[in-house]
Design a protein. Structure first.
Length: 321
């Protein structure tokens, strides 16, 4: 046997190529020297043929044949899967990402909340079979989507893209309508708020306001002010993270919420990427005199509390706060 443009030729002058879509076959006719594509329709189970045009290249015919097989597969899947909705695809995607370890418990819970928002603002399309969802359905939902902040709209639109891409990849729909040039992401009705750091004058006022606060709360807020740590990162710190000799604090995890909304200590920071196993939030912070002395004092207080209340002897894993 010999190959010609990726098509296998046998001894009878017919050139065949087994296709992956529905088991279709392409061969070259010995009479016309043109390609012929044959496949069995999944709708009526009849054998059908396609013929290469005289002015059509081999590559263009193979593409046209593949598109026909894809449409045949789509027709079959649509009849079987007419009840597949956007909501069911989103549910499966969220669950699979969590089961595969790509999302944390907190991210899984946030994705479920996002799905509830989509159900609320897009009730006109989430329960329809995705084969019947039109661009007009998405356009009508935009007015409800715009009431959310930009960050939420970005997540909703990204989930729409993912749902239609999954449906297209699985041949449930013939094309992804999210790629239509006339379909644009809505702009939030909520004005963007620019977040700026405290000025020197504001920092002075903030310190003045802390003078009458309880010592524990005051210490926490001052450490945050001096280091820029998130509150969850600070409250997760232990004695092991505090290097007294080098005057540094190691940040490698944070407090978070699990899927049941309970506070837990995570293994990583908020910016940990599960796919790459890279934690961009892990860092070691040099401490100024004020922060260093605050942490030394917290360690002393915790040691005294353990002795005074007859708790277990002070351990390395004791949290600073």
């Amino acid at each position: 046997m010999a190959k010609y443009n990726g098509i296998i030729s046998n001894g009878r002058g017919l050139e065949r190529q087994r296709k992956s879509f529905g088991g279709g076959t392409i061969y070259r006719s010995s009479k016309t020297n043109l390609l012929v594509g044959q496949y069995t329709s999944r709708i009526d189970n009849k054998r059908r043929s396609m013929y290469q045009h005289v002015d059509e290249s081999d590559l263009d015919f193979q593409r046209r044949f593949n598109e026909k097989l894809l449409m045949e597969s789509k027709g079959d899947v649509s009849q079987i899967s007419g009840s597949i909705t956007m909501d069911s695809i989103i549910s499966g995607y969220i669950k699979q990402r969590y089961d595969d370890g790509y999302t944390s418990s907190r991210s899984y819970r946030r994705n479920l909340e996002l799905q509830k928002q989509i159900r609320s603002c897009c009730s006109n399309l989430v329960d329809k079979p995705i084969t019947e969802v039109s661009i007009q359905d998405l356009q009508l939902a935009k007015s409800n989507i715009r009431v959310y902040a930009k960050s939420t709209i970005d997540k909703i639109w990204a989930m729409f893209n993912k749902a239609f891409q999954i449906a297209y990849n699985r041949r449930i729909i013939p094309f992804n309508i999210m790629l239509d040039d006339t379909l644009t992401k809505p702009i939030s009705q909520i004005p963007l708020t620019k977040i700026e750091a405290l000025t020197k004058e504001q920092r002075v006022k903030f310190r003045e306001a802390l003078k009458d606060s309880r010592e524990t709360y005051k210490d926490i807020l001052l450490v945050q002010l001096n280091t820029g740590m998130r509150i969850g990162e600070l409250l997760a710190r232990t004695i092991d993270d505090f290097d007294v000799n080098n005057r540094t604090l190691h940040i490698h995890n944070t407090l978070t919420l699990d899927e049941n909304n309970k506070v837990i200590v995570s293994d990583h920071t908020k910016t940990y990427n599960r796919a790459t196993n890279i934690d961009k939030g892990e860092r070691t912070i040099p401490l100024d005199d004020e922060t260093y002395n605050i942490l030394l004092n917290r360690v002393r207080i915790n040691k005294e509390m353990c002795t005074r209340t007859s708790l277990l002897p002070f351990q390395k894993k004791k949290n600073i706060y």
